[in-house]
Design a protein around this ligand. Structure first.
Ligand SMILES: Nc1ncnc2c1ncn2[C@@H]1O[C@H](COP(=O)(O)OP(=O)(O)O)[C@@H](O)[C@H]1O
Ligand SMILES: Cc1cn([C@H]2C[C@H](O)[C@@H](COP(=O)(O)OP(=O)(O)O)O2)c(=O)[nH]c1=O
Length: 208
């Protein structure tokens, strides 16, 4: 059966680095795989991403726009792909809203739970890979590579709270989450990803 896999972690943890690797592992098994991202993944979603990453706005506006982009993403991309039997890998999904808007910006989680119930009451990722690194490691990686967007310019305590909320959710939903120690080398992380993917149901040798 097609699966929905999400990649999560604070900025600079290394998510984007590993998405193509995991997609290729699955394709090598003959599976159809699409990769996508949030906020974004559709024409409207990418327009909302531009606004979300560069404009200041009320915290609740930010949370609702994240879910608005997600609604479109589910309707246009994620749900049709899963219905066709394609595997879907998304660079972030709803856990990111809990971590960033809930943890980092302190929006009450009950408000986010209400939006989640509205937008995807019956769908959760089958597997969430949480790339976990201390803030200093993430920051060093980011500083070395790119111009920082609105979220990436946040202070250390914002990322500490974001990371803490990710880890809290991983503990809350242990069947869905795999926490990956992303301080290791890219090769070591890929080795672990290979093991995780090969033990998924529907994989040759994986649990059914
Ligand atoms: N395990 C790693 N060790 C060292 N550098 C890494 C590692 N993983 C990623 N990087 C580098 O860190 C930077 C941020 O990685 P990226 O995948 O863009 O992070 P994210 O998508 O989580 O924000 C990139 O320059 C990437 O090459
Ligand atoms: C999906 C999502 C992302 N974000 C933030 C996290 C990231 O800082 C930013 C964009 O995510 P991302 O695509 O990971 O950024 P980049 O391509 O620069 O690595 O949006 C939220 O705050 N809430 C959300 O619900």
């Amino acid at each position: 059966m097609a699966k929905f896999i999400t990649f999560e972690g604070i900025d600079g943890a290394g998510k984007s680095t590993h998405i193509a690797f995991v997609a290729d592992l699955l394709r090598a098994q003959g599976l159809q795989v699409i990769t996508t991202r949030e906020p974004g993944g559709t024409t409207l979603g990418e327009a909302l991403r531009e606004v979300l990453l560069h404009q200041k706005m009320h915290l609740e506006t930010e949370a609702m726009l994240m879910f608005a982009a997600r609604r479109e993403h589910l309707a246009q991309v994620i749900e049709p792909a899963l219905a066709r039997g394609d595997w879907v890998i998304s660079d972030r999904f709803t856990d990111a809203t809990f971590a960033y808007q809930g943890g980092g910006r302190q929006l009450p989680l009950a408000k986010l739970e209400a939006l989640e119930q509205w937008v995807h009451p019956h769908l959760q990722p089958d597997l969430t890979l949480l790339f976990d690194v201390p803030l200093e490691v993430a920051r060093t990686r980011l500083d070395a590579t790119r111009t920082l967007d609105k979220f990436e310019q946040e202070k250390a305590d914002f990322f500490a709270a974001t990371r803490a909320e990710y880890l809290r959710r991983a503990a809350q939903f242990p069947e869905r989450f795999r926490v990956i120690d992303a301080t290791r080398t890219i090769a070591e992380v890929q080795q672990e990803l290979k093991q995780i993917i090969s033990s998924l149901p529907s994989q040759p040798g994986g649990k059914q």
